[in-house]
Design a protein around this ligand. Sequence first.
Ligand code: NAD
Ligand code: MG
Length: 390
Amino acid sequence: MSNYKNITVLGSTGSIGCNTLEVVRLHPDKYIVKALTASGNLDKLFAQCVEFKPEYAIILDQEKSRILADKLRLHNISTKVLFTPNDLVKVATLEQVDIVMSAIVGSSGLLPTLEAVKAGKKVLLANKESLVAGGKIINQALKECSNARLIPVDSEHSAIFQSLPPNYSVAEINKIILTASGGPFRGFSREQLCDVTPEQAIKHPNWSMGQKISVDSSTLMNKGLEVIEAYWLFGTGLDKIEVVVHPQSIIHSMVEYTDSSIVAQLGTADMKTPIAYALAYPKRIVSGSKRLDFMLSSTLTFEKPDYERFPCLQLAFDALKSGGVAPAVLNAANEIAVSAFLDHRIKFYDINIIINQTMANFAHNDYNSVEEIIEVDQQARKFATSIIKT
Ligand code: NAD
Ligand code: MG
């Protein structure tokens, strides 16, 4: 049997995708890149194909896919170029693929992530929106497919995963403590927040990330989505999940046990650490992240999150309490609102208003299939878009 693991990287041109390839690059003896996918960044995808020579590359634009195929042919690279959303499922479920990095942004990642689980892959989950929207069906698929694994990549969830023993009992856990940096607007007053710009929002103090998650960090919706993600990943129930603001981003999250012991994972703010952990789990490999120097960062502080100034965090708790499709509606409305904020079409506090109004317009029914979630996601997007236009 070969020692190599074949990997598909969904969203390879994004922040997590590029970090994944940086870790893979350090281990040519362990990983072979089988497929790379992007929504539209032709130049980056081309450069990645030249370096990793995958069997498949996907770019979600027919014209760009032709250009990419031509350029690769000129370089004598035999990568097959595809361009439809169905092709994302195809490369996430290829028989020879062992590991799927799910690093698409937004609920477009749901279907390929779910199908990779159903195909029994080891799925490395960065795409938190897929669990937020369809946590129930992803967990069902995990139960039905005993070969499949879902390993968290989000730094907080990786920290919790690393702080839990393999067969933990929920009864032994007092609390899952998700740490939050507080984002770029932590000290801002409500008045100041009324006029912040997307340019300010995407300048995160500690982490370098894609635009959507950077805005989510500035509204604290990112932490809200992570609460929902933790709910589906760790099975403790919402009552045991708590958010603590920790501006230094050194403790990436913690678990408090019934004996009052707290186990935490610490490190520098570099996604290559949780990516390497997920890739090699249950082993450890070199990640390329900088090591933490306690002499340079000796202060760790903690604060309560402010639900008044950052209402998105409360909306996420409310959606999870409502259950059913409510988190999918919350997520879809948030995606539309964040995109409008990034385009300067709405202001910071319009984001939570749009989400709130969209949530109020939908019954929070239960769901049993991915088709139902995709339908609700589309409807909620339409509704949120219509509010922005009026
Ligand atoms: P990004 O915007 O930098 O990259 C997104 C990737 O997805 C790109 O390759 C893009 O081409 C692709 N993509 C975008 N829309 C798509 C669509 N509709 N269909 C298919 N592909 C599409 O985002 P990112 O910061 O790398 O985040 C990716 C995911 O990882 C998000 O769910 C985010 O919440 C999560 N995450 C990111 C970080 C981080 O540090 N960046 C940390 C934790 C979790
Ligand atoms: Mg995170």
